[in-house]
Design a protein around this ligand. Structure first.
Ligand SMILES: [Zn+2]
Length: 387
């Protein structure tokens, strides 16, 4: 299992200056590589991260000798990052890589695991020395890399750690969760959690109560009565919803170690009436908070899948996209004739849950590209068990 721990750094002013320069170098190289990528691409060539890096190294001594002043990763890693970013873009999983700006973009640079060493509440970085850490690394395992970032005025290091299975306690699988309005949540196992029946009834009552409230005269006793009734209904709906959310998140945290979930419910935002929508949005926020807390207490990890990832429109098996899929389409039909699921009716939310699982496993590097045509259910299960 791969985990990340973000720790506040306490650099001296000289060290903070080094971080800023390393992040600046990283940003410069990214922008240089992206500009070259675009130029090659427009010229009809096929740019790759490796080719661009070679091209950079040919002119580096002459044109950018200052890039050697900081860790070599500051100028190596952007090529790899850009390559990955374009892969994700071409697969429709992310937007096109953009230039990084000094103001808008987060200052950051990467350190491979041979480029630093951890001591007791300190980290050693080449050409810089020891930098104090606010705390020690929480996890035991192989440290695979680090990224140093600046948030507000503070510097942080995010350390990724590969934890051997025996340290993660119970062997737990991975699961993807699709959150929606028709069903509160659908797991990639096909299991569903409903909340719609009570919510629909309660919302109907709430709408009636709201209407009554607005018919009452302002300042009257009856208006106050109606107002309190609306407030009570709101509270009851919240309680019922929280009850479902608690039961569901406890069960998921008990059963699974890696949980993929969308970080924004775009589907919910598209179509529904305001009242239902506000409850669904609130549910999603609460669901993510509860899930993250409980899963982390159990030693698991929640992976949020980007909102650009089209989980509902993508066949979980082959990656074929149903571009003009409507919200009313409840059954997903893959139209890729070579796919094992070709025209096989899949429940829309179940398929989305499976896509989210694949994407989550890809994001933490456990699987390269499950939704790519080469992946299969067997791949997902194998990796899930290993997690
Ligand atoms: Zn398919």
């Amino acid at each position: 299992m791969i985990k990340a721990h973000k720790i506040r750094l306490h650099p001296t002013p000289e060290q903070a200056n080094y971080f800023a320069r390393a992040a600046g170098t990283s940003r410069f190289v990214w922008n240089w590589a992206l500009a070259e990528w675009n130029r090659h691409y427009e010229a009809g060539e096929k740019p790759t991260a490796l080719k661009l890096k070679k091209q950079f190294n040919e002119i580096r001594r002459e044109q950018f000798p200052w890039t050697w002043e900081v860790t070599k990763n500051a100028s190596d890693q952007p090529f790899l990052d850009l390559g990955k970013a374009f892969t994700a873009f071409f697969e429709g999983k992310a937007r096109r890589p953009r230039f990084k700006s000094k103001k808008r973009s987060k200052a950051s640079f990467y350190l491979a695991n041979d480029q630093f060493e951890l001591g007791d509440r300190r980290i050693w970085i080449p050409k810089l020395g020891w930098v104090n850490l606010a705390e020690n690394l929480r996890f035991k395992g192989k440290v695979t890399g680090a990224r140093i970032t600046k948030t507000a005025d503070w510097w942080f290091v995010s350390l990724t750690v590969e934890i051997p299975e025996e340290l993660t306690g119970k062997r737990k699988g991975a699961v993807g969760i699709d959150v929606g309005l028709n069903r509160l949540a659908t797991l990639s196992t096909g299991e569903g959690f409903e909340n719609q029946k009570f919510l629909a009834t309660a919302l109907k009552k709430l709408r009636q109560a709201n209407k009554r409230l607005h018919r009452r005269k302002l300042g009257s006793k009856n208006r106050e009565k109606a107002r309190r009734q609306v407030a009570r209904l709101h509270y009851r709906i919240t309680c019922m919803r929280d009850d479902v959310l608690h039961k569901m998140t406890t069960r998921i945290a008990d059963c699974y170690g890696i949980i993929g979930v969308e970080d924004l419910n775009l589907k919910g935002l598209l179509k529904n009436r305001r009242l239902a929508r506000s409850f669904s949005d609130a549910s999603l926020g609460k669901l993510l908070t509860l899930l993250t807390n409980k899963v982390e207490q159990h030693g698991g990890q929640v992976i949020r899948v980007g909102r650009f990832f089209p989980s509902s429109k993508t066949c979980h098996r082959c990656g074929w996209k149903w571009e003009d899929m409507q919200l009313s389409d409840r059954v997903f039909l893959c139209q890729n004739a070579t796919c094992a699921y070709y025209q096989f009716p899949q429940d829309r939310d179940h398929n989305a849950g499976l896509c989210i699982l694949s994407e989550a496993l890809r994001l933490i590097g456990l699987v390269d590209q499950v939704v790519s045509g080469t992946g299969s259910d067997a791949d997902v299960n194998l990796t899930a068990d290993a997690g």
